[in-house]
Write a protein that binds this ligand. Structure first.
Ligand SMILES: [Zn+2]
Length: 157
């Protein structure tokens, strides 16, 4: 059963790993130029191609660390791979995502991007160490480190 976004965002806020993601200046500029509707259309396309199949290609390493605002949003909202979707969103692995699940994921991405846009108006984001790192193939954070500060369920190893 898919969890509610309010509940998921409250949990993400308690994760030192998830909450340190910020849009880089290039991704923020891209969002401003293209607009939220266009960027969320990209999000839907990524979800359909990279997450929705029952057995996505390269699952756990299909989401780059930079280069598109949606990629950053996916790591921040734990919609980066099927392991994270199962652990954080209650969306089980091993089936084709249905329409409601796809919309849930796009809504999570949109909500996070909206929060970043508002944050950007208030102050400059701090240096985001994570998003400057090159894409490390094969290393989904869910599989390589605890991202819950040690208080929640352990990562699916
Ligand atoms: Zn993941």
């Amino acid at each position: 059963m898919t969890r509610q976004l309010d509940e998921i965002f409250a949990a993400l806020e308690r994760s030192p790993f998830r909450r340190r993601f910020r849009l880089g200046s290039q991704e923020a500029a891209y969002l401003r130029e293209k607009g939220m509707a266009a960027v969320l259309a990209h999000a839907r396309d990524f979800v359909d191609r990279r997450l929705a199949p029952a057995q996505p290609e390269k699952d756990g390493k299909q989401t780059p660390w930079r280069g598109h605002p949606v990629f950053i949003a996916q790591h921040a909202t734990a919609t980066c791979c099927r392991s994270c979707l199962e652990k954080w969103h209650g969306i089980a692995r091993g089936h084709d995502l249905d329409e409601a699940e796809r919309q849930h994921i796009v809504a999570a991405i949109g909500r996070w991007l909206e929060s970043q846009r508002n944050r950007g108006l208030a102050r400059r984001p701090p240096p985001a160490r994570t998003v400057r790192e090159p894409f490390l193939p094969g290393l989904c954070p869910a599989d390589t480190q605890s991202d819950d500060g040690g208080t929640g369920p352990r990562p699916l190893a």
